[in-house]
Design a protein around this ligand. Structure first.
Ligand SMILES: NC(=O)c1ccc[n+]([C@@H]2O[C@H](COP(=O)([O-])OP(=O)(O)OC[C@H]3O[C@@H](n4cnc5c(N)ncnc54)[C@H](O)[C@@H]3O)[C@@H](O)[C@H]2O)c1
Length: 330
């Protein structure tokens, strides 16, 4: 099988690429290599995949690659992904996530693929209170420029199934964590800052709840969807591991033997969604997929991985310092 992954140098895309290579699939990575993309993530897998440096908004370039490669399956993960950046500068989120998705869908339609896995997110559903869960039938109600751009791309993919018969399958994963995540997202920021003995910025009072899914489980679910998922369908991918942010941060500090006094509450993110929680009954029932990595074990391994890979984290430091200075709403 020939699997083409857009955004395959990103956090989740690179895990999908590694698993694809390990399964013996012909693996093709297309990535613009933005600040969030990094060839290092596929260290050790050189020569085992083909790489095209391309921007998904470049219609001609993407069409040429797909016509040359003729992939069986496209897994479309390329996106601008950080909510905070979307609040500061929404335009590129619409250009990449909506415009870019349309370009990739058109190219897949032109060449013909057997499956197109369109990466959406739990954030497209909006926010929950203390109770309830999102099912695949919950109406979309996104709140941030990021989640609006993802919802538009999600619906565009479904429109290409209904209108053009393109075999699009939509996946909506919850918050991923694990090795190789760019240190602007909660888990690696906290590990890196705790390691440096700096204060850990926690939005509001840290009461917001997220459902933590290990990236290896997320990629595993994608392969179950490739194998058994039905075109036109949507699958939530979650872990059931719901935590308040403050508890996630405390768990990280405890694994690192660092004091909770490092926690610094900062001004909340504007429009911060309170809670996401996914029902994963459908993917369990129809595809037989279940997460395998518990929060306790996954977070322990993740902390260890970052501490073993500080050299990689440090390559991001100059970018990050200026970002961090602007990022938190003091
Ligand atoms: N990380 C999560 O917790 C999470 C949860 C649910 C859904 N998602 C979705 O999963 C997908 C992957 O997320 P991630 O966390 O791995 O993201 P990431 O930010 O780590 O990686 C994104 C990748 O896309 C590439 N990219 C960005 N713009 C591009 C463009 N114009 N052309 C080509 N490549 C481009 C980047 O270079 C990078 O390699 C995204 O669609 C995201 O919305 C992520």
């Amino acid at each position: 099988m020939k699997l083409l992954i857009t955004g395959g140098l990103g956090f989740i895309g690179s895990e999908i690429a590694r698993q694809s290579i390990e399964k013996g699939f012909e693996t093709i990575v297309v990535d613009k290599v933005t600040y969030a993309g990094d060839l290092e993530r596929l260290r050790g897998y050189e020569k085992k995949y083909s790489f095209y440096k391309e921007d998904i908004t470049n219609r001609e370039g993407i069409s040429k690659i797909l016509l040359e490669v003729k992939p069986d399956v496209v897994v479309h993960t390329a996106a601008e992904t950080h909510v905070d950046r979307s609040i500061k500068d929404p335009a590129i989120f619409i250009e990449t996530n909506v415009g870019g998705t349309q370009v990739v869908l058109d190219a897949a339609k032109e060449v013909g693929v057997s499956k197109f896995i369109n990466f959406s997110t739990d954030e497209v559903y909006g926010a929950l209170g203390e109770d309830g869960q999102f099912t695949e039938n919950t109406p979309l109600n996104p709140h941030s420029p990021y989640s609006v751009s993802k919802a538009a791309a999600d619906m565009l993919g479904r429109a290409y199934f209904h209108t053009f018969n393109l075999p699009v399958i939509t996946v909506r994963p919850s918050n991923n964590y694990g090795p190789w995540q760019y240190p602007e997202k909660l888990v690696p920021v906290m590990i890196f800052k705790a390691h440096m003995g700096e204060n850990l910025p926690v939005y509001g009072k840290g009461q917001n709840v997220r459902e933590w899914l290990h990236v290896k489980d997320c990629a595993g679910a994608v392969f179950a969807v490739i194998e058994k998922g039905q075109p036109g369908e949507v699958y939530n991918i979650g872990s059931g591991e719901e935590k308040r942010n403050i508890d996630t941060v405390k768990a990280i500090l405890s694994l690192m033997n660092k004091p909770e006094s490092l926690i610094e509450f900062v001004k909340d993110r504007p429009g911060h969604d309170f809670r996401y929680s996914l029902s994963v009954e459908k993917i369990k029932r129809e595809l037989g997929w279940e997460p395998e990595i518990t929060f306790e074990i996954g977070m322990k391994n993740t902390v260890e991985w970052y501490l073993d890979n500080l050299d990689w984290m440090k390559t991001k430091l100059s970018d990050l310092k200026s970002y961090w200075e602007k990022a938190y709403y003091k």
